[in-house]
Design a protein around this ligand. Structure first.
Ligand SMILES: [Zn+2]
Length: 161
């Protein structure tokens, strides 16, 4: 789209489906081709946006941020201000004062306990011998790759509230 500010913006890097744009408080992942709303975005592009966001977050966490909000305002009613789909990655640090009006919903104690039990079970299953794991991968992993993956999963779960 010729007059779309996202299409005209200088991109930080390019790949075949998505681009990133640095912002004051993080970055934005956008489809390379113009699409106005998420429902118009091809599935492979939606997937590429989240893969790119995930890789970017890994780099961002190395710089000392403590969390991130992924925001995709889809539609004017939802606060979409740009005419182009954009996944915002907002860097967060404790007591940074961002989103003071966006209070998290408080779950009852029993619901929190159920979530904790499920997460604990999931973490424990990552330590199970390979033969107990679901067969979801097509190629076998070496013990070293498996240890790296388990360490990664544990690191990710440590950031979970
Ligand atoms: Zn555009």
């Amino acid at each position: 789209m010729a007059d779309c500010p996202v299409c005209l913006a200088k991109k930080e890097d390019e790949d075949t489906l998505v681009s990133t744009i640095k912002t004051e408080d993080g970055m934005v992942v956008v489809p390379k081709e113009h699409v106005a709303i998420l429902e118009q975005t091809p599935d492979d592009v939606v997937g590429a946006m989240f893969v790119k966001a995930n890789l970017a977050l890994l780099q961002m966490f190395e710089t000392g941020i403590q969390g991130a909000n992924l925001i995709l305002n889809n539609g004017v009613t939802a606060g979409q201000a740009l005419p182009h789909v954009a996944l915002q990655l907002v860097e967060r640090k404790e007591n940074d004062g961002l989103f003071p009006l966006w209070q998290p919903k408080q779950l009852p104690e029993d619901a929190m306990n159920q979530i904790q039990e499920k997460m604990t079970e999931a973490i424990q299953n990552t330590d199970a011998p390979a033969e107990d794991k679901p067969k979801t991968e097509s190629k076998p992993q070496t013990k070293n790759e498996e240890k790296k993956e388990n360490a990664f999963i544990r690191r990710v779960f440590r950031r979970v509230p």
